[in-house]
Design a protein around this ligand. Structure first.
Ligand SMILES: *Cc1c(COP(=O)(O)O)cnc(C)c1O
Length: 360
């Protein structure tokens, strides 16, 4: 093969504005949203940071709900923007309740921005966004949701839930690459951004640039060369989810979570998230002593299983079993449980039986 031989991934025709706009509509359909969708050509931290820097400013007060590690990142950005930040932190092995959010808003009535993570892949919990959204809407603050780990894995209805900024990424339950993400932006949020002199403009972080150059221009001319491979991958993710059906995909992820939880209990391992109702469909976290060593043994037993020790301080006490995208299957869950059984030197059979029963 010569260096000029055609290559299926490299020698592609240009991605047109029409195709880009149609992928955007696919994201809007997936989110059942009538708001504008901006596709951001970078990992999901790009739109998350863009939303915070566009929405927050000196003089604003933000209620930052911390139910896992990303909340800390959001709080740091909010402070960097000069906002007064009220952190509402709950233990990572539970979910925040709408009552807790209502109390925090009542104690800080000047709050004009609320940030929340829907599902936490790193800690395995998920939050009741519909109920929290009702409370936030009643209060009137702008509501940003990080739905990177929930999209494709559980119901996600930003418009019905009063979410002004719903950020998703392709790399978790959508089963795609990490290099593309998106955000739905409400009219209220656009107004707020436009009135914020500190909002990024003429910047890669700027959502307003996309509104002015792309959306308001009728989506005819892309402001710069599209990240073509990521866009095509996102299009393929959307097609695959549409083919399965979002409800079926959510049911498959819920089954994977239930099977992993039941199987782990049968291995004698306690789930990290106490209440099954607070457990995320995307990943199951487990309380395991000496977790790093156990994860290493499990991966030595089967290098393909999607499990890892917890990040940072959790590395010694938590194992995270991922089951998202194509890995939300009974076969993969069984493989993860078998590898864990090998690492813990306990029989796998009861766990496999419990997982099969819970899947059904
Ligand atoms: C995965 C994830 C992201 C994206 O961050 P990465 O550092 O690329 O993993 C953002 N938010 C949440 C809640 C996630 O689970």
């Amino acid at each position: 093969m010569t260096s000029t031989a055609p290559h299926p991934l490299l020698d592609l025709p240009p991605l047109t504005a029409e195709r880009f706009a149609s992928i955007e509509r696919g994201v809007a359909d997936l989110l059942s949203t009538r708001q504008d969708v901006v596709i951001t050509q970078g990992e999901a931290l790009l739109p998350l940071e863009g939303c915070i820097r566009s929405g927050a400013r000196p003089g604003s007060t933000a209620l930052n709900i911390v139910t896992g590690p990303y909340g800390t990142t959001f709080g740091n950005w909010l402070r960097d923007c000069g906002a007064t930040v009220v952190d509402l932190a709950v233990p990572f092995d539970t979910a925040v309740s709408a009552e807790q959010v209502a109390r925090a808003l009542a104690a800080h009535p000047q709050t004009d921005f609320v940030s929340l993570v829907h599902a936490e892949a790193a800690t395995g919990n998920t939050n009741p966004v519909a109920e929290i959204g009702e409370v936030v809407r009643e209060h009137g603050a702008l509501f940003m949701l990080d739905a990177v780990a929930s999209v494709g894995a559980e119901p996600l209805l930003p418009d019905a839930w009063g979410v002004d900024l719903c950020v998703i990424g392709a790399q978790k339950a959508m089963g795609g690459p990490a290099g593309v993400s998106a955000v739905s932006v409400s009219e209220r949020a656009w107004d707020r951004f436009a009135r914020n002199p500190a909002a990024p403009r003429r910047s890669y972080l700027s959502l307003l640039d996309w509104k002015e150059r792309w959306i308001d221009g009728g989506r005819t001319t892309l402001p710069h060369a599209p990240a073509q491979l990521e866009m095509l991958a996102l299009e393929a993710c959307l097609a695959r989810i549409a083919e399965e059906g979002p409800a079926a995909a959510a049911a498959r992820h819920a089954a994977a979570a239930a099977a992993t939880r039941a199987g782990s209990v049968a291995l004698g391992v306690a789930p990290y998230v106490h209440d099954a109702g607070d457990a995320a469909p995307v990943a199951t976290t487990l309380r395991v002593a000496d977790a790093s060593a156990v994860a290493a043994k499990a991966l030595a037993a089967d290098p393909r299983v999607p499990l890892a020790a917890g990040g940072g301080a959790l590395a010694q006490e938590m194992i995270r079993v991922n089951h998202y995208g194509p890995a939300a299957s009974l076969d993969v869950v069984r493989a993860s449980l078998s590898a864990l059984a090998a690492a813990l030197s306990v029989p796998a059979a009861p766990a496999l039986e419990a997982a099969g029963a819970a899947w059904g």
